[in-house]
Design a binder for this molecule. Structure first.
Ligand code: A3P
Length: 330
């Protein structure tokens, strides 16, 4: 599909990421054109089970980390020896499948029902689709949704590295004019599954109105106090730690197993790829908070701040673990 073509879903296709690949506006969010059909199938065909657990996130906000944690928490009694844990041999994206990018993207022979892998119960899935565009059955069932958000500036910088790494095979720090151009698009909301603000606000609003349905987590909070967050996560997904477990080491062991250094060093994550075109190692760049100060100038940040404040004004939303724009840009 070419830029400015219109799909039969009335979605506008427009080139972003410096022409590296296009994204199209569908139901108010920016979707990769090749995932439009699978997205529509997911929206219209998915039948949620009450005990499904869904991770929702924008790309580059800690999806891999949360997939690993949820998988390890839910399956902790099945895999007692962490040296033989499935995370040691399978990337988290193979263990917790993205509904629109993997499950509904694998449909062949004109069938509209995916051949769901024989997943054990509870089924663990993930999605990048904004809350307002989720399938009805997911919203009306008792399915629990975990949402992770991350400081927008770190999210942007992480995406900058990620997309350039796999698509253009270049070092992002080499050309600052490109990062400005790219950041301009981000400020306009042109970001995969964005606008960023709409995505965050959609899930945040639902988590306030319906706290049993959506758990809203911040990447920065997990970094700051992993134990408290992992306990909360386990309770929310229906697998709370018992008193005995709390007294033992299991929470710390899960945190350690899923830590950045641990996942990055696993053989499976040093080689191989997922979905056929992303290298596993690209998922573990640097981790942590505040890398945006190394890439964004004060004027870039001010521009975003104006837009951000405007969009979030009156929404009641504020980050708990991230002081907006604390830090010194380069
Ligand atoms: P950076 O690019 O800032 O390093 P996603 O999984 O949604 O694609 O997000 C990727 C970001 O999460 C990358 O950020 C990556 O390094 C970071 N990340 C991956 N695993 C992590 C972990 N276990 N703990 C903390 N951060 C992690």
């Amino acid at each position: 599909m070419k830029p400015s073509e219109t799909t039969n879903n009335n979605s506008k296709v427009e080139e972003v990421w410096m022409g590296a690949f296009p994204i199209c506006l569908y139901q108010g969010f920016w979707c990769p054109p090749n995932l439009l059909q699978p997205t529509i199938l997911f929206q219209t065909q998915f039948k949620a089970y009450d005990n499904d657990i869904i991770l929702a996130s924008l790309p580059k906000t800690g999806t891999t980390w949360l997939k690993s944690l949820i998988f390890a928490i839910v399956n902790r009694n099945k895999f007692l020896d962490f040296t033989q844990h499935p995370l040691q041999t399978q990337n988290a994206h193979e263990l917790v499948l993205q509904l629109e990018a993997k499950v509904y993207n694998n449909i062949t022979n004109g069938s509209t029902q995916p051949d769901f892998p024989k997943l054990p119960s509870p089924r663990l899935f993930a999605t990048h689709i904004p809350y307002f565009s989720l399938p009805k059955s997911l919203k009306t069932s008792k399915t629990r949704i975990v949402y992770v958000c991350r400081n927008p500036l770190d999210t942007f910088v992480s995406s900058w590295h990620f997309y350039h790494q796999f698509k253009l095979n270049m070092k992002p720090e080499l050309d600052h004019s490109m990062i400005e151009q790219h950041f301009g698009k981000f400020c306009e909301g042109k970001f995969l599954y964005g606008p960023y603000e709409d995505h965050v606000l959609g899930y945040s609003k639902e988590s306030i109105q319906n706290p049993d349905k959506v758990l809203f987590m911040e990447y920065e909070g997990l970094i700051e106090d992993p134990k408290a967050h992992v306990k909360k996560l386990a309770e929310f997904v229906g697998y709370p730690f018992s008193m005995e477990e709390e007294k033992g080491n299991i929470i710390d062991e899960i945190i350690k197993l899923c830590s950045f250094d641990s996942l990055k060093e696993m053989e499976v994550n040093k080689s191989g790829n997922f979905y056929g075109y992303f290298e596993n190692k690209a998922l573990f760049r640097k981790g942590g908070t505040g890398d945006w100060t190394n890439y964004l100038t004060l004027s870039m940040v001010k521009k975003f701040d104006e837009i951000f404040q405007l969009k979030f004004k009156g929404s009641g939303f504020s980050f708990n673990h991230y002081q907006f724009f604390s830090g010194t840009p380069k």
